[in-house]
Design a binder for this molecule. Structure first.
Ligand SMILES: *Cc1c(COP(=O)(O)O)cnc(C)c1O
Length: 235
C-alpha cells in the first residue's frame, strides 16, 4: 500500500514539474515519517527514498540509529536550543531556524565539531498566530544576522502554509515566499544562498512545485494518516 501511495505522489510530483516547465531533478521529495514505525520507513527506503523528515529530536535520533546510514535526515519541526547538540552533524538539513538565538546555538555546536551546518530560515508566510517562523517582514534582517555566524550556512527558506481545503488558496503564499527568496538573493549577502525552497505538504505540494518549491515534505500522502492519540496514551 505504501508502495502505491509513493507511486501516486511521485506521479503527481512529475506532473507538477511538467506543468511548471521544471525538471524532476529540481525537486526533492522528503518522506515525512513522524509517528510512523520503522517497518514503514524500511519499506519506503526499499523503494529508493533517501530523504526522510522528522519533527522531534528524540524520535529522529532513535530512527537514525536503526536505519541505513545513507539516509538524509531532515529536521523539520520546532527545535529547542538545548536539543541542538543531539542533531548537529547528524542531519542533512535543519529546516526550522526561526530565531537568531537558535542559529547561534547551532553555530556553537558546529564550531565544537569543526563543521559547517546547512540550515533554512523558517518563515511564517501567512502570519498565523499558531505557527512558528519569523515574519516575512523580519526575515531579511534575520538572514543578515545569521549570515555572520561562521559555522552556519543559510541555504534557503522553509514555510508551512495554512491548512486549507483547496490548495489553490495557498498559491499566493507560495508566491510570496518565492518572491522573498528572490529579494534576498538580490541583496547578495555573503554566505547566503537561496537554492532551497522547502514548501508544500500532502494537501498542497503540487501547487508548491508549480510556484518553485525545491523540497516538498509529504507525510500523510505516503504513510497514511497519523494517529497522535495512540502515541500520547502510551506515555
Ligand atoms: C507533519 C509535517 C509535514 C507533513 O505533513 P502532511 O500533511 O502529513 O504531508 C510537513 N512539514 C512539516 C513541518 C510537518 O510537521
Amino acid at each position: 500500500m505504501l508502495k502505491e501511495n509513493l507511486k501516486t505522489v511521485e506521479e503527481h510530483v512529475q506532473e507538477a514539474c511538467k506543468r511548471a516547465g521544471r525538471s524532476r531533478e529540481e525537486v526533492t521529495l522528503i518522506a515525512v515519517s513522524k509517528t510512523k514505525p520503522l517497518e514503514m520507513l524500511h519499506e519506503i527506503y526499499g523503494e529508493g527514498v533517501r530523504d526522510f523528515g522528522e519533527n522531534k529530536v528524540q524520535e529522529l535520533c532513535d530512527k537514525m540509529e536503526q536505519l541505513p546510514s545513507d539516509i538524509r535526515w531532515h529536521m523539520i519541526g520546532h527545535l529547542q536550543r538545548n536539543k541542538v547538540k543531539y542533531i548537529v552533524g547528524k542531519v542533512a538539513l535543519i529546516h526550522s531556524v526561526d530565531t537568531y538565538r537558535l542559529a547561534e546555538e547551532i553555530n556553537i555546536q558546529a564550531k565544537k565539531r569543526g563543521i559547517i551546518v546547512p540550515i533554512l530560515v523558517e518563515v511564517n508566510i501567512a502570519g498565523e498566530e499558531t505557527k512558528f517562523g519569523t515574519t516575512a517582514e523580519d526575515a531579511m534582517l534575520l538572514v543578515e544576522e545569521i549570515s555572520k555566524l561562521e559555522n552556519v550556512r543559510i541555504k534557503g527558506l522553509m514555510t508551512i502554509a495554512p491548512f486549507v481545503e483547496n490548495p489553490e488558496d495557498n498559491r499566493l503564499y507560495f508566491r510570496k515566499i518565492k518572491q522573498l527568496s528572490v529579494d534576498i538573493t538580490n541583496k547578495n549577502i555573503d554566505n547566503v544562498s537561496m537554492e532551497i525552497l522547502s514548501m508544500g505538504m500532502t494537501g498542497d505540494y503540487e501547487v508548491a512545485i508549480e510556484e518553485g518549491a525545491t523540497m516538498v515534505r509529504v507525510g500523510t500522502g505516503i504513510f497514511g494518516a497519523r494517529n497522535y492519540k495512540k502515541s500520547n496514551e502510551s506515555h
